[in-house]
Design a protein around this ligand. Structure first.
Ligand SMILES: [Zn+2]
Length: 106
């Protein structure tokens, strides 16, 4: 949090539940099936679904869908494990679809 200012947050587009902080964005150039997505180092108020192996453009990953803890909407997924060395930085991070979140506190 910079200079005691309120963090700029993103909320669930359905129920306004706070999901992630602008400061935690690792990358804005992610592509999900549904369109643009952001990679976040943290997410809050989300529930993790069952793990599954998915073969993505960047190789095999173990991922888990993440749901809003309030309304249950699927917001994106978490990278649980990356098998390719170059993709390891994504482990433990969250991909959230851009259209599923709205700005709060900006
Ligand atoms: Zn929600």
């Amino acid at each position: 949090m910079a200079d005691g200012a309120w963090p700029r947050l993103y909320s669930c587009y359905k129920c306004q539940n706070h999901i992630c902080c602008h400061d935690d964005i690792v990358s804005k150039s992610f592509q999900a099936e549904s369109g643009r997505a952001f990679l976040f180092s943290h997410a809050i108020n989300v529930v993790q679904g069952p793990k599954e192996d998915r073969r993505l453009i960047t190789g095999l990953h173990t991922v888990a869908d993440v749901h809003c803890s309030d309304c249950g909407e699927v917001l994106g997924w978490k990278y649980v494990k990356a098998y390719e060395q170059l993709q390891k930085y994504k482990e433990g991070k969250f991909v959230i679809a851009k259209f599923k979140i709205v700005k709060a506190n900006w």
